[in-house]
Ligand binder design. Structure first.
Ligand SMILES: [Zn+2]
Length: 419
């Protein structure tokens, strides 16, 4: 018998032949507009993702966030229930690799030139649509990597666990934050499908502290300004005082493996506002502004928060009649692991093999869900996915070749990494 053995079809070849299916699947999940906030269509999309994983033979849990918890954390959004999908494929291996991707996308504004945000089109090798780059493209690559292994009869070296999660675009509290704290996970290693892309593998990211600073003044008639305390003027003085804090921060560094030098930053006044009762002829009684403090992987988020708060309080004390309240909006841990770990070098080798170019390691200035696996689960965690262009913007897009390459890279990693 001269039957063609199925083993001649490699995962790579399979994926080359299924490019149209992969992009069709991505188009389908982009059309389900899972805009967050507020968190639309989480129900239908997670049903679709759960059934897709079931068809691949996964044991699937589609976990609703308990209503009581959502009531506590997102009281205004009870009409938008949260779900996370966790799938597990027991291949009989000893260890488990976990693939994570968030399915929520940011709201849309502006006029798209290529298709519309939720009716994705493909033009000259790019697929346009909200979430194609951030990060439904990664969901498609993960699913097709698994399908390619199964259809070509190639056994991965690991059990595969997958999580498709909510709310990364807000604070991840009911998404990856929740599953890493409350769900039973089998993960020994994690690959988060963003942070690294192209020939860059992400081995860590900055953390963040978001603060709100409220300045308390005293209202008075605009014709008698000396009888009041002008909160805006106090706020302006405080903002100027922060310049010296910026200089202080600029002296701190973290060197990423690719040689890039990271420094902590603060962004002041992403949101700023007056208090109630503002009038042209009234001395402003209140003013507030936010601070976005990015925290290096070699800093501690709590220490950074305490130091910044202490600086603000001291600076306020030096400004006459400047009374402030500092409150935390939210924070996120940084994470970093030197890329000498075998998971990192194996992924680097896979990327280099598929993309045929040298691959380096980067540390992302923004944060993603990696830190939950790295810091809460304390397992080796990398960030890599198809990525794209114009994240959160008009004409967000992913390159079709990168989607297929990422699927090939995931499949390659699953068969070459030894654990
Ligand atoms: Zn993202």
């Amino acid at each position: 018998m001269a039957n063609k053995l199925p083993s001649e079809l490699t995962p790579r070849l399979y994926l080359d032949r299924r490019t149209d299916e992969l992009t069709a699947f991505l188009q389908k999940i982009v059309r389900l507009r899972t805009v967050n906030p507020p968190g639309e269509n989480y129900g239908p999309l997670t049903l679709l993702l759960a059934s897709t994983l079931k068809d691949l033979g996964f044991k699937v849990r589609r976990i609703p966030i308990p209503r009581a918890l959502q009531k506590k954390t997102l009281p205004d959004l009870l009409a938008y229930p949260r779900y996370n999908v966790i799938g597990f494929w027991d291949t009989g291996a000893k260890k488990t690799i976990h693939f994570n991707a968030h399915y929520d996308v940011v709201p849309v504004s502006g006029k798209w030139r290529h298709g519309t945000a939720f009716n994705p089109i493909i033009e000259r090798g790019w697929i346009y649509g909200r979430g194609t780059a951030d990060m439904k493209g990664a969901i498609a690559s993960i699913i097709f990597a698994i399908q390619a292994l199964q259809q070509t009869g190639v056994r991965p070296n690991f059990n595969i666990e997958v999580s498709f999660v909510a709310d990364e675009e807000t604070d991840s509290a009911l998404g990856t934050g929740w599953i890493t704290q409350y769900s039973k996970l089998r993960a020994d290693y994690a690959v988060v499908g963003e942070g690294g892309e192209g020939n860059a593998v992400c081995c860590g990211h900055n953390g963040v502290v978001w603060l709100n600073v409220k300045v308390h003044g005293k209202a008075a008639h605009g014709s008698l300004p000396t009888q009041g305390i002008n909160a805006l003027e106090k706020m302006a003085a405080l903002v100027l005082a922060l310049n010296s804090y910026k200089r202080q921060l600029a002296r701190q560094t973290f060197r990423a493996p690719n040689g890039e030098m990271l420094r902590p930053t603060i962004n002041i006044g992403g949101v700023f506002s007056a208090g109630e009762g503002g009038k042209v002829n009234t001395v402003p009684a209140a003013a507030s502004f936010t601070i976005d403090r990015r925290v290096l992987p070699n800093e501690n988020v709590r220490t950074a928060e305490r130091a910044l708060t202490a600086f603000l309080k001291l600076a306020a004390r030096k400004i006459p009649q400047c009374r402030i309240t500092v409150s935390k909006i939210s924070d996120n841990f940084s994470c970093y692991r030197p890329p000498s770990h075998p998971l990192f070098t194996a992924l680097q080798a896979s990327v280099t093999r598929i993309r045929r170019r040298p691959t380096n390691f980067v540390v992302s200035t923004g944060f993603n869900d990696m830190h939950f696996f790295a810091q809460v689960k304390k397992i080796p965690t990398v960030g890599y996915g198809p990525g794209g262009i114009d994240y959160h913007g008009v004409d967000e897009r992913a390159r079709v070749k990168d989607l297929v390459d990422s699927a090939k890279i995931y499949a390659d990693l699953l068969t070459t990494f030894q654990g």
